[in-house]
Ligand binder design. Structure first.
Ligand code: ZN
Length: 164
């Protein structure tokens, strides 16, 4: 779970900019933008928190642990549903893919598949770690749930003569 304090809703508004309404606790989006799935995720998370705490007091830590594991699984299921509901595979007519936890746009004519090696644009971190120029990454997932601006993949990475 990556619930951080002091978050904003971040859903796209009618004007296209991310919603800046602050959300707290288990909420996934603000009251205006939360879907039924968002509310279910928040509710399951909230319930896990409350019941885990209550069980911990009433019946010892071990039953509480299995209960929390069950609720965590349920939250994960709901988060997967949420991911599927929010995931888009194209932005502005271009394919979008995930490389690790970051999302990129692909302007090439031949679609990328999971496992394809690509050249990613240099960023401040890769510049420090690996020097200037693009870095090689591997497509881990198709589509994205990210709604901010996306960097473009530089190109397909050269193949490594089958020694890879
Ligand atoms: Zn909102």
């Amino acid at each position: 779970m990556t619930y951080q304090p002091d978050r904003t809703c971040g859903r796209p508004t009618r004007s296209g900019t991310p919603c800046k309404i602050r959300i707290s606790g288990s909420d996934v989006a603000c009251g205006t933008h939360a879907t039924e799935q968002d509310k279910a995720v928040a509710e399951a998370h909230r319930r896990g928190w409350n019941e885990g705490w209550k069980d911990g007091c009433e019946s010892g830590a071990s039953s509480s642990k299995s209960h929390i594991a069950h609720l965590e699984k349920r939250v994960k299921e709901l988060e997967e549903q949420l991911d599927a509901a929010r995931r888009v595979y194209e932005v502005d007519g271009c394919q979008v893919v995930q490389v690790g936890k970051y999302s990129y746009r692909w302007r090439g004519s031949d679609p990328l598949a999971v496992g394809d090696r690509v050249l990613l644009p240099e960023n401040w971190l890769s510049k420090i770690k690996e020097g200037p120029g693009p870095t090689v990454g591997v497509v881990t997932k198709l589509g994205t749930t990210y709604r901010g601006s996306l960097a473009d993949i530089v190109g397909r990475a050269p193949t490594t003569d089958g020694t890879d």
